[in-house]
Ligand binder design. Structure first.
Ligand code: XIL
Length: 366
């Protein structure tokens, strides 16, 4: 009798299959969340986040321009709420991001007269930013994207203000400061177009150099803002293997699948790259893709998760860059006002067929 009750309870408790209770057994499965999802203003989005994901990252509220609007003023409200939300729901909370050329604190690189500051001043500012933000969330965050997008697709270092003013050692300094600020937290480097061989090679060398200097680096984030015909899947897998061979965790950190036509010369995920609206570039404005689009979406997502499944011993986390198609940056980038379909839950927050297939893939195959 007792065991019968127990059996019934556990069957009930097993409940429905979700991403987090299937895929989440192989690696963390995460989503970038907005402030509205955290606050509950976007109630449905919040529910999907809680039900389906065991990790979250802040889509915007921890970026320099938001969290550190003036040199002597931080804005904590949204980031605090985000971290509390993740902790309350037992999720692995990821901090994004500390040193990035886009969305930086507006005042970071210049003095009162608008002139670029010296190397010494920028190092001090960068250190102070890293220390203040990381120490506030010590013990509440699983890992930080310390440096974001440091390398160009051709493998050269991005000539950001950090690079130009401090020099190439800004990366090493950022990791040094981050480890000093919180010795217990994981530290990552993150970028887009990580399947490009030249970019892969530079990251491999960089991570080896950092490690040989005794610096802590736990993982490499492959953003994975993917499209219908990019990246090349073989090159993508080669990057997973090469990064894993360095002895760091491989993380898929910003996964989405752009289903819309791309303007000429478009590539990667540099957020300053924008184009004028053009009706021809918004073919599914009605809110539904055609059958060919649906099939391409399904096959392509399935192929990515098949890769993650086969490489699960190397991958520690797969994070989607958003919860549902209703709330994705790809509706507005690189062209504003389009209707895109990049995520695993649709505009009505319903689970998509491929998401169910992915859940099945991770339930069936061990
Ligand atoms: C994007 C956000 O999704 C947008 O809301 C914002 O307007 C611009 O930034 N690479 C990154 C992310 O590391 O932080 C970017 O997020 C997307 C590209």
């Amino acid at each position: 009798m007792v065991s019968m009750c127990f059996l019934m309870l556990s069957v009930q408790g097993a409940g429905k299959k979700t991403l987090k209770n299937t895929v989440g057994k192989s690696f963390l499965i995460g989503a970038a969340v907005t402030v509205d999802q955290v606050s509950g203003k976007d109630k449905k989005g919040q529910q999907v986040a809680i039900e389906q994901f065991n990790s979250i990252v802040a889509e915007n509220c921890m970026k320099g321009e938001v969290i550190h609007p003036e040199e002597d003023r931080y804005f904590w409200d949204d980031a605090d709420a985000f971290v509390d939300f993740g902790n309350k729901h037992g999720m692995s909370v990821i901090g994004h991001c500390l040193v990035w050329h886009s969305q930086p604190p507006k005042w970071m690189f210049t003095d009162a007269s608008g002139k670029f500051v010296t190397r010494e001043i920028l190092i001090e500012r960068m250190k102070s930013h890293i220390f203040t933000v990381m120490k506030r969330y010590k013990g509440k965050i699983h890992g930080w994207d310390v440096v974001n997008e440091a390398v160009e697709d051709d493998g050269s270092f991005r000539k950001s203000h950090y690079y130009n003013i401090i020099g190439p050692d800004y990366i090493e300094l950022a990791f040094r400061f981050a480890h000093e600020a919180d010795p217990d937290v994981e530290l990552y480097i993150n970028d887009f177009s990580m399947a490009k061989p030249a970019k892969r090679a530079t990251y491999c060398k960089l991570v080896r150099d950092l490690k040989s200097k005794g610096l802590r680096i736990d993982g490499i984030g492959m953003q994975s803002h993917n499209g219908r015909d990019y990246p090349d899947l073989k090159e993508y897998e080669a990057s997973i293997d090469s990064f894993a061979a360095l002895g760091v965790k491989v993380m898929i950190t910003e996964l989405d699948l752009n289903m819309l036509p791309n303007p000429k010369n478009f590539g990667g995920a540099e957020i300053s790259q924008t184009f004028e609206y053009d009706k021809a570039m918004n073919p599914y404005a009605s809110g539904k893709m055609d059958a060919a689009g649906e099939k391409a979406f399904y096959d392509r997502y399935y192929a990515f998760f098949d890769i993650y499944h086969r490489h699960q011993h190397q991958i520690s986390r797969v994070t989607l860059w958003g919860v549902s198609d209703n709330n994705t940056w790809l509706n507005d980038w690189p062209i504003k006002g389009r209707t895109n379909f990049p995520l695993l839950f649709d505009r009505q927050y319903n689970i998509k067929p491929v998401t169910e297939a992915i859940i099945k893939m991770f339930s069936d195959k061990k």
